[in-house]
Design a protein around this ligand. Structure first.
Ligand code: PMT
Length: 403
């Protein structure tokens, strides 16, 4: 799993820095190419010489020391690596990462790299539970940074509590799962829909809904990270296209219908996270509709149900639907799952705080036609996406390591 992987181990200044030696040593034994960047304070706890000997590579500490190679080292390293693990990660580095501060070699590489970043926090319980640290961790998780630990137990300050750095074995297991996942959906082609369709009334107005696209974009990102060729059919959304994903922009339900149906026969999976308008205005006014002081009645005609049509046409494809409900969540979601002939339905009660439209988090249940149901607590949309991609891998019968 690790052979040839280029991994940067970031070491920051906490008593758990000695455990970084084991992380580096184990990675090297598993044939990873290991690089180490330390903060100045980390060097007070463990010497660069130790980590240089264990990694068999020069150790980076100072931005301005004599370069080890001819190139701009922090940028070259940032582009070279496949993953970063910061172990231990102090409250200070987490805070710097949250605001994007780049005042030494390690924090600069963290800003410059697009490789996945894992952090193994280690600090005193009070510091870990402080609202500032917790808010930073929430933001970092939302950005896709993966947390390992911390665990609970005896702390160097003499107390018991949460904040101990995870052991090297657990860190390696998480990294190994990640690398196996990257290969998990290789060779699969998936299509995700996201955002809320807009149904024009006249040249300046439309009927829309509150979908931000966050849920669908998170799913597209995780699918792409899992190795799938990912097409994102997106209604208007003010979000950057995840790296490596092909985005097809649409506005209306009819445009989304065409874009999805056209590609259906060539994909293995479709995930319909978009909020599609059930109705559109019967007439599109050529000019801006003027007010004349009287009531205005709009005639609406039904849009096609894209998911139901896919459910009718599907051959070997895996079909995932969403249900956005404001009442009778499970009964309504169950009905949609059966009517639309999907393999998995993601139910969310969009009236709940922290769930549904616009929010960075969601609260969902996965329903399966065989009667199975998994209820999840509130979690970031990226975490929902990871759980969903894990189930998709199971449905496709591929790599069990996808999660
Ligand atoms: O985008 P965010 O701000 O992150 O919000 C996420 C979300 C709330 C939009 C998402 O979690 C969600 O629930 N998406 C589905 C919204 C929806 O339209 O639900 P629905 O219950 O009305 O539709 C059921 C399913 O049929 C959905 O998969 C929908 O894409 C599909 N559908 C609906 C109508 C239609 N004409 N064609 C469809 O394909």
């Amino acid at each position: 799993m690790f052979s040839g992987r280029k991994i940067l181990v970031g070491v920051t200044g906490g008593i758990a820095a000695y455990k970084a030696a084991e992380v580096v040593s184990r990675l090297r034994k598993l044939n990873a190419e290991v690089h180490v960047a330390m903060t100045k304070s980390a060097t007070e706890f463990i010497t660069p010489l130790t980590l240089r000997s264990l990694s068999a590579n020069p150790v980076y500490v100072d931005m301005f020391e004599e370069p080890k190679h001819w190139n701009v080292e922090h940028i070259a390293l940032a582009q070279h690596i496949d993953a970063v693990i910061i172990a231990p990660a102090t409250a200070n580095i987490l805070a710097k990462m949250t605001i994007g501060l780049a005042d030494d070699f390690l924090s600069t590489v963290l800003l410059a790299t697009r490789a996945p970043i894992f952090v193994a926090p280690a600090m005193n319980e009070a510091m870990y539970l402080h609202p500032a640290t917790q808010a930073n961790l929430t933001q970092l998780r939302e950005r896709g940074i993966k947390l390992i630990g911390p665990s609970t137990g005896f702390q160097a300050c003499g107390t018991e509590g949460v904040g101990r750095m995870s052991e090297a074995a657990e860190i390696l297991e998480t990294l190994s799962l990640f690398f196996s996942r990257v290969e998990g959906l290789k060779g699969k082609k998936v299509l995700v829909t996201a955002g809320g369709t807009q149904e024009p009334l006249d040249p300046v107005r439309y009927l829309g809904n509150r979908s931000s696209g966050r849920m669908g974009y998170a799913i597209a990102q995780v699918l792409q990270e899992a190795g799938a060729e990912t097409i994102l059919v997106s209604a208007p959304a003010d979000l950057p296209t995840p790296q490596g994903v092909t985005r097809i922009a649409v506005q209306t339900a009819l445009e989304m219908y065409d874009a999805v149906l056209e590609r259906f026969s060539e994909v293995d999976v479709v995930i319909k996270a978009a909020a599609v308008a059930d109705y559109r205005p019967a007439v599109l006014a050529e000019q801006k509709i003027k007010k004349d002081g009287t009531n205005l009645t709009l005639e609406l005609v039904p849009n096609p149900d894209i998911l139901a049509e896919l459910g009718r046409q599907k051959t070997s494809q895996i079909l995932i639907g969403f249900a956005a409900e404001t009442e009778n969540l499970m009964a309504n979601a169950q009905g949609k799952m059966l009517r639309k002939n999907v393999n998995l339905l993601v139910a969310n009660d969009v009236t709940k705080q922290g769930a549904g439209f616009g929010s960075p988090t969601n609260i969902v249940s996965f329903l399966f036609p065989d009667g199975r149901r998994i209820d999840f607590p509130q979690m970031s949309k990226l975490e929902v996406a990871r759980n969903l991609v894990h189930e998709i891998a199971n449905l496709l019968g591929v790599n069990k390591g996808v999660n």
